[in-house]
Design a protein around this ligand. Structure first.
Ligand SMILES: C[S@@+](CC[C@H](N)C(=O)[O-])C[C@H]1O[C@@H](n2cnc3c(N)ncnc32)[C@H](O)[C@@H]1O
Length: 248
């Protein structure tokens, strides 16, 4: 197996514009090796591709890359330059080529992920969309790396994650945030539940709102139907109660 420090040294020598989409800084590449190198990465994913793919091809036993080599006919080379590089370990990598907006929603992950990097399309809401399709698959202790948090909408995702129970911020290097998945239960991707998320509850003021519309964050101890009702946001719940006559 190749020495990851040697690979890192050589990846660092590649020019910043090795492909025209731009690459992570040397400090970030080093941080990836430092934080991921000490973990067992059986399965991992990144959106976008480039120097990071060269590193992950050595750090992970099974790395999936959701990326594009060209936009609307204009070649950016971020896949071909990786595939052509002598630093690339193709044996561990699966390419899922195409817009993540199309490929991620239909991809069926078979394993928990120990690492995910979000660095594909940067326009809103694409990183959020990628987060949605990736977070349910993150293993406890997994690294979640979010690049370009200086972009306002990605900064917002960063702010949200910093406060979420499912993640612990390990560090920020340059414009890249490194989180670790905690043991907190998975936030159900098919329900609502905005009132259970720290980022919302900490900012939700009940001062100018009637009590009736306040989020219900206390655990409910009643029967199952009541508990199910409790999962519906207050105003919607009340509207439903008006529409459905009480049978109990
Ligand atoms: C900033 S580059 C990634 C750089 C890479 N992580 C590195 O450090 O070398 C952004 C990547 O996202 C890819 N990309 C842009 N829009 C995309 C889309 N809609 N779907 C998938 N990949 C996309 C680009 O082709 C490029 O590979």
């Amino acid at each position: 197996m190749a020495d990851i420090q040697e690979i890192l040294d050589q990846v660092e020598q590649l020019p910043h514009d090795w492909h025209i989409c731009g690459s992570m800084s040397k400090q970030c590449l080093r941080a990836i090796v430092r934080l991921a190198g000490g973990r067992k990465i059986h399965h991992s994913v990144e959106t976008g591709s480039g120097k990071t793919t060269l590193l992950f091809s050595h750090l992970s036993e099974d790395h999936k890359v959701f990326s594009l080599n060209d936009f609307a006919g204009a070649v950016n080379g971020s896949i071909s330059c990786v595939k052509d590089s002598p630093l690339f370990n193709g044996a561990t990598v699966e390419w899922i080529e195409g817009p993540t907006q199309r490929t991620l929603p239909k991809y069926e992950f078979q394993h928990k992920l120990q690492l995910a990097l979000i660095d594909g399309p940067h326009g809103y809401p694409f990183p959020d969309m990628e987060y949605y399709y990736l977070y349910p698959h993150l293993d406890e202790g997994a690294l979640l790396i979010v690049d370009d948090i200086h972009i306002a909408t990605i900064g917002h995702l960063f702010d949200f994650l910093k406060e979420d129970d499912m993640f612990r911020l390990l560090e920020v290097v340059d414009k890249t945030a490194f989180f670790e998945r905690t043991a907190a239960p998975l936030f159900d991707p098919y329900m609502d539940g905005w009132w259970q998320q720290n980022y919302n509850t900490r900012r939700f003021s009940t001062e100018n709102t009637s009590d009736a519309s306040a989020p219900r964050v206390a655990p409910y101890r009643g029967n199952v139907m009541k508990r199910a009702e409790n999962l519906i946001w207050g105003p919607v719940r009340r509207r439903l109660r008006q529409m459905i006559p009480k049978s109990r």
